[in-house]
Design a protein around this ligand. Structure first.
Ligand SMILES: C[S@@+](CC[C@H](N)C(=O)[O-])C[C@H]1O[C@@H](n2cnc3c(N)ncnc32)[C@H](O)[C@@H]1O
Length: 260
């Protein structure tokens, strides 16, 4: 997937806020090994290395573009490697993932797999967006279902990667809590929170989505990418003709600890 570190970085501050909330839940740990799954351009992974000053910190991502940027932060205790989240190996005192697991299907299978990577006494801490019912996503799917894009995409939509009846692989907070309990986790935390963002106008929403949800569509659309972006932009403006635009971004955070 052609992730673009510059496009993603445009809302750095807004995107960092849930990471800091997540970190607060595991700040009491003194981990020796930490892994950041889907580390992106690595700024937040570098923050983990500063906070956990005795830890070896690894950032893992499947995007060479993101990793090239992340490696600028590499140091003695901070390394980055190219791999898929679903293939992660090794054992860590903290397995953390911020805004990345929404790209990995089947969380009922993924979570038990990630849990095996958590060392006794350690924790699994995850943040995923849970705003897939937001109009920005619905309008994206609507654009993808229209001509000529539906043909070019061969019927592909982001929600096609989700379980039947769902818009994304992201589960409900009750399901994450239950999954963690089933895995034997202690100290379970699971909640959803709105992170408000105020955009100057609908183009602000387009800029935000361009860094994430639009990426897999544009990747598949080739020469139709610009026309798709324009058709989507028109829908955004129709939905939000005024200014400013308030973006109520919902995110899910969950944490579980492995008894040591
Ligand atoms: C929205 S960015 C989040 C980056 C960073 N964690 C942050 O909070 O700023 C999502 C990242 O997940 C990575 N990613 C998506 N699917 C992945 C997978 N299956 N395995 C590894 N990385 C993946 C992407 O390459 C991208 O860098």
């Amino acid at each position: 997937m052609p992730w673009n570190p510059d496009t993603y970085a445009r809302f750095r501050e807004e995107r960092a806020a849930p990471f800091h909330d997540l970190l607060a839940h595991v700040r009491d740990l003194t981990p020796r090994r930490v892994i950041d799954l889907g580390c992106g351009s690595g700024e937040l992974t570098a923050h983990l290395a500063r906070v956990f000053e005795h830890a070896e910190v690894t950032g893992l991502d499947s995007s060479p573009e993101m990793l090239a940027r992340a490696r600028e932060h590499a140091g003695e205790r901070l390394t980055f490697r190219e791999d898929r989240i679903e293939d992660v190996d090794g054992e860590y005192d903290l397995v953390l993932s911020n805004a990345a697991l929404q790209w990995v299907p089947n969380h009922h299978a993924l979570l038990p797999r990630l849990w095996t990577r958590v060392a006794p006494g350690g924790a699994l801490a995850v943040q995923v967006p849970s705003n897939f019912d937001h109009p920005t996503h619905r309008l994206l799917a609507e654009t993808a279902s229209e001509a000529p894009f539906a043909d070019v995409l061969g019927g592909w939509t982001r929600s096609g990667t989700a379980p039947v009846g769902r818009q994304s692989p992201v589960l409900g907070i009750d399901e994450y809590a239950e999954l963690l309990f089933g895995l034997g986790a202690a100290d379970i935390t699971a909640y959803e929170k709105v992170y408000p963002a105020v955009m100057a106008d609908a183009d602000g929403l387009l800029a935000w989505v361009s860094g994430t949800a639009l990426v897999p569509y544009l990747e598949r659309l080739g020469e139709h990418a610009d026309a798709f972006r324009e058709a989507y932009r028109e829908k955004l403006w129709r939905r939000w003709p005024g200014r400013p635009v308030f973006y109520a971004f919902k995110r899910t955070l969950f944490v579980g600890r492995k008894v040591g």
